[in-house]
Design a binder for this molecule. Sequence first.
Ligand SMILES: Nc1nc2c(c(=O)[nH]1)N[C@H]1C(S)=C(S)[C@@H](COP(=O)(O)O)O[C@H]1N2
Ligand SMILES: [Mo]
Length: 332
Amino acid sequence: MLIRSQDNGFNHPIASEITPPDAYLRRREWLQQVAMGAGALGMGAWATRDARAQMARPGKLAPLPGVKSAVAGASTVEAVTAYDDATLYNNFYEFGTDKSDPAAYSKQFKPRPWTVQVEGLVKNPRTYGIEDLLKLSAMEERIYRLRCVEGWSMVIPWVGYSVAELIKKVEPLGSAKYVEFVTLADKAQMPGLRSGVLDWPYVEGLRLDEAMHPLTLLAFGMYGEVLPNQNGAPLRLVVPWKYGFKSGKSLVKIRFTDKEPRTAWNVSAPQEYGFYSNVNPDVAHPRWSQASERRIGEGQGLFAKRRKTLMFNGYEPQVGQLYAGMDLRKFF
Ligand SMILES: Nc1nc2c(c(=O)[nH]1)N[C@H]1C(S)=C(S)[C@@H](COP(=O)(O)O)O[C@H]1N2
Ligand SMILES: [Mo]
């Protein structure tokens, strides 16, 4: 995203400046694994045309399986992004602003014990322990595109359930119009908090009807296992039709309000990051076009294959109605 520099201007570390793990080497490793027979072991439910993605569960973290979701549009048939790409190339500014920082500096992070406070304009405010949340509804697997405002995207097999399941339990009052999602800000565990790049804690928000949409996912896992720390353990939001920054990681509070919440990115650069932040190829970011994107794992720099960015990240049939009659240039 953007970094506030000392003179209080902004500069933006563009994705192409950061070198990902070498794609060729990864492919060769994979071919070796296949030759050894490992590639055939326990194909994930997310197996796609992409051979690399047909590997077994990564086997790095505790298993967290999910049943194939019945929610309309919940699983794209596109090739799944390789686990290494999805876990070594991250945005999680609490651990640093380089793409490699979250994986490098979240190793000691403790996702247990963990509680999430659900409060504000609801009939049943409550503090949930992570174990209660894991049991609250059946875990589903959903293969979502996630598109970062920086111009790259990934396809991830998430595990979780609609945040609507939790919202129904706490029963929002008629006056509740918005939901604020607050994420952890713990200086002892998160070295990135020493920087003033954002106004901590990282806060994001949705309109209540957006939060209630069945595609809006409360994710606890990915690739059939619990979330890696760098991807937002122990739970995060995933809003697939919005730019990635709307999907807050390591949630600690969900608050129902009658006013549009202030969001961390909007506070930091209001002219660049609006409240809605729907993926929209027709509305350029003030400093770059949003018309196309690079899929992580599909090359870098000159060799990068560019894909056309789709309206609402391809989820227009499911969510377009939420914005009927709105001027999406004004409400960007
Ligand atoms: N708490 C918190 N959540 C966050 C961020 C962050 O810096 N802090 N970055 C966001 C951005 S910009 C993106 S693109 C996605 C990236 O998620 P991923 O690393 O799992 O791909 O997380 C979002 N959630
Ligand atoms: Mo992002």
